[in-house]
Design a protein around this ligand. Sequence first.
Ligand SMILES: *[C@@H]1O[C@H](CO)[C@@H](O)[C@H](O)[C@H]1NC(C)=O
Ligand SMILES: *[C@@H]1O[C@H](CO)[C@@H](O)[C@H](O)[C@H]1NC(C)=O
Ligand SMILES: *[C@@H]1O[C@H](CO)[C@@H](O)[C@H](O)[C@H]1NC(C)=O
Length: 417
Amino acid sequence: MLLRFNFYSTFFTICISVLLILAVTRYKDNTKHRSCPERPRNSNNFLTVGDEEQWNNPHVASPNIDDILQETRVKIALELSNYNFTNSAAKNLQELLLESGGQPLRSLVISTWRSGSTFLGDILNAMPGNFYHFEPFMNVKVYQIRGPPEAEKAIITVKTLFKCDFDIFLHGYLEDYLRNKVVPWYQFRHNDRLWKHVKYHRDLFFDPMFISNFCKLFPFQSMKLVRFRLRLVQEVLDDHDLNVKVVLLVRDPRAVMQSRQGKGVEFCKKTSPDCSRPELLCADMISDYIAAKKLQHQYPNRLVVLRMEDLSLDPKSMTLQLFKFLGLSMTPEVEQFLASHTTLQVGGAYATFRVSRDVPFKWKNILHYDYVEEIQTACKQAMELWGYRLAHNATHMASKEFYPLDTFNYSTVLRSK
Ligand SMILES: *[C@@H]1O[C@H](CO)[C@@H](O)[C@H](O)[C@H]1NC(C)=O
Ligand SMILES: *[C@@H]1O[C@H](CO)[C@@H](O)[C@H](O)[C@H]1NC(C)=O
Ligand SMILES: *[C@@H]1O[C@H](CO)[C@@H](O)[C@H](O)[C@H]1NC(C)=O
């Protein structure tokens, strides 16, 4: 009897232990997914079965739109109750809300693939009350919009989105979605303040009226584009109602090319010359430089340039300067974001690196000198313009004496204020 009892109790204990281990493992898996939802760069990885099922689940009750809008309105007012509006021209929150007849502060980040724009975009989106237009041209795949025929439509999209008008955009987006050309949960998850309301409701997502009214509640709007060259921004700046402030983010072409070749960066295939060929990257860097000079002359105080290396070497002070330029004030949320992101995702697909003097220069230890020479030959002029030094040979590249960054006189070409 005792033996039997022992047998059962042992059996019972083993069962409980197994269950516990299973539960803990599952919990760990869940927290892992929650804590780093943005890690996978490959959209296929990102398309978790859960998201797709949720969107197609007919059993989830429709939410009340008015409730969502009111809840968001109250939340934004609360989050900004101690906000210092001095840096903006506005006296109070109402003056920055489209729904109250005001104009929000709009920031546009222009960059290219693997240049740190996700990090900068996340800094801006750490602002409470920010509505994030994340890569509206993701459907054009790995391709640069430089002029006709795509430019005209793209410019209209940028302008209408900044006005919270989603009609045209969503119309095209729905077609692309039905043709499996876009993965909304990958793209829109970055706009977390919107996504949490639409992630279970496809109809709500494709309701331009809802998204428009939702967007109009936000005092700040940010957009980031990696497929849209700077000279096209002219027409966006010409729209004085929008009063957009533009940030051009550039990065050492050697670091960009190294990062684009990283493991897991499947999007940058040989079939996408805009992504795989350094001479195209650097032609864009030159054209962006010329456009920056011109636009800055035409619209002083509307355009700023930032080298990704300068941002990663001193994120706090650069962010502070940038915010001042954008008319934004530092908030505890942004400070917390910067403090908790002492790692910066600039390397391979899943790699994070500590922000330190060596971070932006990781390419030195990875790229073969032959390839560096090839990039430098194609990029000599672009590198000179943006203040990147040449490595003379393999020994020189590996040596401590070689520091890739030249001082860059922001004030000659580009005003930081
Ligand atoms: C608000 O910001 C301005 C400019 O940065 C500063 O001079 C002022 O002291 C701030 N006001 C408060 C109440 O913190
Ligand atoms: C490499 O470049 C450095 C710096 O320009 C130079 O001093 C050195 O002689 C070069 N070495 C070779 C092997 O060419
Ligand atoms: C940067 O350019 C400005 C304007 O041309 C000039 O006054 C200043 O001395 C330059 N600074 C440096 C460090 O070269």
